[in-house]
Design a protein around this ligand. Sequence first.
Ligand SMILES: CC(C)[C@@](O)(CC(=O)O)C(=O)O
Length: 538
Amino acid sequence: MKHIKIFDTTLRDGQQCPGAGMSYTKNIEYAQLASKINIDILEAGFPSASAEDYKIVNHIAKMYGQQIHSPKVAALSQLRADQVKQTIKALEPLIPSGRAILHLYLPVAPELMKASLGSYANDQTQILLDIANMIHMAVSAGLAVEFSPEAYSQMGENFDFTTEVISTAIAAGAATINCPDTIGRSCYLEGDDYFVNHMNEHAAIMKRRFPNKEITWSVHCHNDFGLALDNSMRAVFQGPATQVEGCFNGIGERAGNVALEQCIMYLKTFGEQHKSQAFTSQCRTQHIRQISDFVDAHMLPRQPHWPISGDNAAKHSSGGHTNAILKNAHVYQPFKPSDVGKQISFVFGPLSGSNHAQSIIQKHGYICDHNERQPIMQFIKDFHCNRRKGLTDEEFMQAYFAYRAPIRVSAIDFEKINNERHFTMQASVFDDHQQIDFICQDSDTATTALHRYLTENFVPFNIQSYRSESKEPGRHAEAHATISIASNNEFFQGKAHDRDIESAALKALVDACNQLLIEQHYAVQIDQPSFAAVGLRD
Ligand SMILES: CC(C)[C@@](O)(CC(=O)O)C(=O)O
């Protein structure tokens, strides 16, 4: 099995894109995560860009230098002696352990050469001399060198010049040649012009010119046509590449760089089984979720349906899918979510089914018998009929409690007879229509009277606190009542609102009492959520 090196440029090319820049400390935290997931090389930055960038690269080099094992660290430099010196200095702590890499680049596409190098572009002899000198400088300081012919995929008429550039770099001591599709405009349909074919040609030429040198070919793709993953993997499976450069979550200039988590899972899924030549990376894939969440939180937001690590990548909602998954977790998952540190989860939405409803209720420890599944599910959907995007478990269970509510009040009236207030509540109690009558004696409030009635007729409990407030200003504001009750060291909070402050309090008390009754009649003791039984944690 051939090992494909993962070169992570999230901190360098990733932070080059608008909006992705991170603070000093977040750069360091990222480097710690990159080490945990075990990428091969971290490109930590561009030390000559600013004093801050220098300090970040140097800090990471020191930090990794104290670890016995760490990724190697690369830092970018243009073809300028002052920049090369600065880069060597920044990476110094990693030189003794052979983990420092100078990443040198120079454009080779004709248009880009003119636009970025000016008249220097015409002096090819000087360019080749400078490449040799800069690489010598780094190699003699003890660094490894990666050389990138920038815009390699657009080299066009400059094929022979590019051959000389690469040749010069290798002769001077560069161990890695990285071929970028800088503008993300490559596609295998280009035929002979396709950059992977050029990589094969160049690899063959260099093999002839340097038969005893072990060169690492690397690929660096941008995603402007959504082809970065395809191009990167073709460079591995149909080309000479044994190193892939990219960024987690595919961040990077314009449409981004290739997404490393996609490359890593591609290699794991298709590479390890590949018939003629098997490939793999050494990454600990179970940490993908963590590093991807970090990039999402501190660099650029990740879309929910992002491949591999997106929030929806292991989330299911529709009835058909969840129903089948509850029986066999793998029928609607192309890989085990736990391989990337995720778990299957379900969102209850308008298209969800009754098996799913039952599983949520049971997971929370309440009864839902087989023949109740359908009516309960229908009630919950109707209860939240405006929530077309799906429910949280909390909202779902709120509707379940409303379905179960043993006492449902439809009307409250009172009249005064001989200075006593007589209340009547029209209610159904466990589906039986009843009239609840209670009387306020002496200084009783209506709530006290109802409490006495409920305690004597249904279940004993104490009232712990009562609060009433209006949420809006004005005379027509509704009263919002909250009542907390306790029974056998269990606590329940009832809530209700009504135009009439007394009715709000009475309904809140019924709500709290209902929760207590539901607990007594419909709760089951379970140790494990029912999920585990069907293997969803795998
Ligand atoms: C340094 C090189 C690999 C580069 O990242 C350069 C760049 O565009 O910054 C590219 O994509 O070609």
